[in-house]
Design a protein around this ligand. Structure first.
Ligand code: HEM
Length: 416
């Protein structure tokens, strides 16, 4: 049906937006879903930052100017060993699953975004600014998160800093909005089965013919979320489930077969590893501590007491592996070699890596002391492959993937 010649032309004109779905009920249902989902996203995001132990050493901290925003940081534990895997799997999978809900919420309130005049009073101006931070913040957080996973750091700055500061701005606006709207949202939800419309300028004064019911539209949004969930969640598992993660760059593809056939993030070639420096004759692990420095060949390391631990690799990008069987020398035994008997300190780890943000990393004393924390030489019964960090790599329970440094060259024990 064609619009009448006098139909409103501007998005700010009453009657321009004609969908009969818009109204407080539809907006409220989506709002309540976002209230729960975004709160979980914010908490898991903050926890993920704490997992890097950013207050331990500058090399771990990609947001050094955070000031009081780091008030909540704590020493990251090593138990349960799947803690980071769960936290980051939830953060990334939930974030992707909420995209259709966010888009539907923005669609449901779009007439308000164009309302004129921009500000009727000082209070109204402040409200519009808070909405700008809310909508802008939401889009910024979702877009940066997805780009980071899909496109491998395409930002004109550090993803970590942008996403961290953006989260605080967005969440402050989110809390203010949620507090203001919660009474309306709850009132509408009392009529969950039978939407009863209140008076609202979200309801079009000249609604078009409905093509779908409100309930049908919610199913459509839920279906979109379910589809994203089903094509993303598999990246947290091995085997056939990983192949269902069609939308995830670290799912879908085949990580190879055999003991080393599990997911990696960066290959040895990508990290700029010079193969000549990793061969048995040339590679030496340099360990420094209270009593001086020792240099250990791989053969010498293999003569030290070797221990096993079943631990996953869990990446900040939201993919993880199931537990792998690692075998190597305990970090605390290496600390004992350089003068730290019963009470191992922090350690500063350096890699042969030429490229990548985490070629140096610090581990806290509690991580060094854990008997499952290893300098691994083998995985699943075979020597590490070049892409998994041959000749030796760190593996620590519950730590983010990048702190499990590959191609280790030097360990410096001491309080950081
Ligand atoms: C990503 C998070 C969110 C964004 C981007 C967002 C965006 C918006 C915008 C731009 C408006 C229109 C301006 C206004 O009426 O003040 C609005 C209205 C509203 N929002 Fe949200 N919102 C979000 C989360 C929430 C949450 C968590 C709730 C539930 C507590 C909620 C409930 C509502 C309600 C009830 C309205 C008013 C509907 C009406 O007046 O008819 N929103 N939202």
């Amino acid at each position: 049906m064609r619009d009448a010649p006098d139909a409103p032309r501007l998005p700010s004109s009453p009657g321009f937006w004609r969908s009969p779905l818009r109204g407080p009920w539809f907006t409220s249902v989506l709002g309540i879903v976002l209230l729960a989902g975004i709160t979980v996203l914010f908490v898991t995001g903050l926890v993920s930052y704490a997992a890097y132990n950013p207050d331990l050493a500058p090399v771990n901290d990609k947001t050094p100017d955070k000031g009081i925003l780091g008030f909540y940081l704590f020493a990251w534990p090593t138990d349960p060993h799947w803690l980071y895997r769960l936290n980051q799997g939830v953060h990334v999978t939930l974030g992707i699953t909420l995209i259709p809900v966010l888009l539907a919420k923005l669609w449901s309130v779009v007439p308000r975004l164009f309302a004129l005049p921009p500000a009727r009073s000082l209070a109204h101006a402040l409200e519009r600014i808070s909405l700008l931070l809310l909508v802008g913040g939401a889009l910024f957080e979702f877009v940066t998160g997805v780009l980071n996973i899909q496109l491998d750091y395409v930002f004109p700055g550090s993803f970590y800093a942008l996403h961290f500061y953006g989260a605080w701005v967005f969440f402050a606006a989110f809390v203010a909005h949620a507090l203001l709207k919660l009474p309306t949202a709850l009132r509408n939800l009392r009529h969950l089965r039978e939407p009863v419309e209140e008076k609202s300028d979200l309801v079009s004064p000249r609604p078009a013919e409905p093509t779908v019911s409100r309930r049908g539209a919610l199913w459509f949004v839920g279906g979109g979320s379910l589809l994203l969930f089903a094509t993303t969640a598999g990246q947290n598992f091995d085997g056939p489930l990983r192949r269902t993660a069609l939308l995830a760059p670290h799912g879908g593809g085949d990580p190879g077969s055999g003991p080393n056939g599990f997911q990696i993030n960066k290959t040895a070639a990508y990290a700029g590893i010079d193969a000549a420096r990793t061969v048995e004759d040339t590679w030496r692990l340099v360990v420094t501590g209270r009593t001086g420095t020792v240099r250990l060949s791989r053969a010498r390391l293999a003569e030290l007491p070797l221990h096993s631990a079943a631990l996953p690799i869990a990446c900040v990008e939201g993919w993880s592996t199931s537990d792998q069987w690692w075998r190597g020398v305990r970090l605390r035994d290496l600390a004992a070699l350089v003068g730290y008997g019963d009470d191992p300190p922090d350690v500063f780890v350096e890699s042969l890596q030429q490229r990548g943000a985490f070629r140096q990393a610090a581990l806290r004393a509690n991580q060094v002391a854990d008997p499952r924390s290893l300098l691994a030489l083998h995985v699943n019964g075979e020597p590490l492959s070049p892409d998994h960090g041959y000749p030796a790599r760190i593996i620590v329970p519950a730590a983010p993937g990048v702190l499990n440094t590959k191609w280790v060259a030097r360990l410096t024990f001491g309080d950081l």
